[in-house]
Design a protein around this ligand. Sequence first.
Ligand code: CAO
Length: 416
Amino acid sequence: MSKPLEGIKIIDFTHVQAGPACTQLLAWFGADVIKVERPGSGDVTRNQLRDIPDADALYFTMLNSNKRSLTLDTKTPEGKEVLEKLVKESDVLVENFAPGALDRMGFTWERLNELNPKLIVASVKGFSDGHHYDDLKVYENVAQCAGGAASTTGFWDGPPTVSAAALGDSNTGMHLAIGILTALIGRGQTGRGQKVAVSMQDSVINLCRVKLRDQQRLDRVGYLEEYPQYPHGEFTDVVPRGGNAGGGGQPGWVLKCKGWETDPNAYIYFTIQGHAWEPICRAIGKPEWIDDPNYNTAQARQPHIFDIFATIEAWLADKTKYEAVDILRKFDIPCAPVLSMKEIANDPSLRASGTIVEVPHKQRGSYLTVGSPIKFSGLKPEITGSPLLGEHTDEILSELGYSKDQIANLHASRSV
Ligand code: CAO
């Protein structure tokens, strides 16, 4: 099956998570992604949190599948020359170095544009260009704090809390991928490349838009009716942390199921959606609540929403999370079990859909990784293992026209 991005050559000058997540996605869809890494060491994640001595760490392997690896010291004259050749032949260069690093290497936007006017240069930085923090180096949790996620996550009586989901890293990479594909379509129209920049702060803010909505509602009316603080608690002038409350118009909460005393994930998420109130009452054996004026509107329920949740928990006490969902799904009630990573790793549906895949690796044997969360009718991304450091160096150099002797000289000069 041919892949839509086949023929697109990408210089993957990325490291850690934000950039690699972007280029991995493009590689899944057929792009030739050449990961450029420093000789000897490579992407720092090859060594981070290793579970097998002397083998690439899962942190690296799970962000770099379907790529080729070229080792190249882009600070030596010979290394710069190789990069220049590659730039002339490529469609996209993606990087997520610290601010100014690419310029210091001598590869400014102007220089890259001069070498190849059709090249798209895509960057991730912590903060956008011109922002008062645009000189900062940034990692995941820094971005979650700067993007409004941490101040609005967690419980009201605890500190700002970061999410386990990589809102700052992988999320920014996904935004960048959209930017790159847009610029590729734009290039089809204009014949010219352009710079595409995404900041981690901006990408987090884009996902926190409902909290910006809430800030404006709070400014106007002084309270937020779907938050647990309403109507009994106090509001200040900033959006509070709402625990596990639903972010939209549907109150919900994480509720205990059978076994919660010993199993940290014996819970379901239960949503009380307005139009589902009648089936909810029937499902939990409370038909008398259907027409009771203390319960039959969202407004009437809110003052005693936690009593309602407690009643539902009493109903859940003798049901596992799976049994509970199996009953509730018959009533069309939006809910799901709280799944552990172990359950996700072994979930037959996720394996069948290709969302979780097992791939071979030369050092590790096989390992589990994520497959494409985007499903197509005309494309089935095949996930391959990540490359070893420099595995494709000679192959890529010879594609660039270097002879065997020239390649040997590049090795001898430690430029590759
Ligand atoms: N050959 C020669 N030099 C290379 C090279 C290569 N192949 N690859 C990288 N380098 C050099 C860079 O040019 C840079 O040199 P200078 O400091 O002399 O300019 C140096 O390696 C270090 O790069 P860096 O500053 O990007 O790396 P760091 O470990 O100090 O910082 C990070 C890491 C992630 C904080 C920083 O890159 C950053 O802020 N990136 C932008 C935001 C981002 O993507 N963060 C998310 C990372 S995922 O959590």
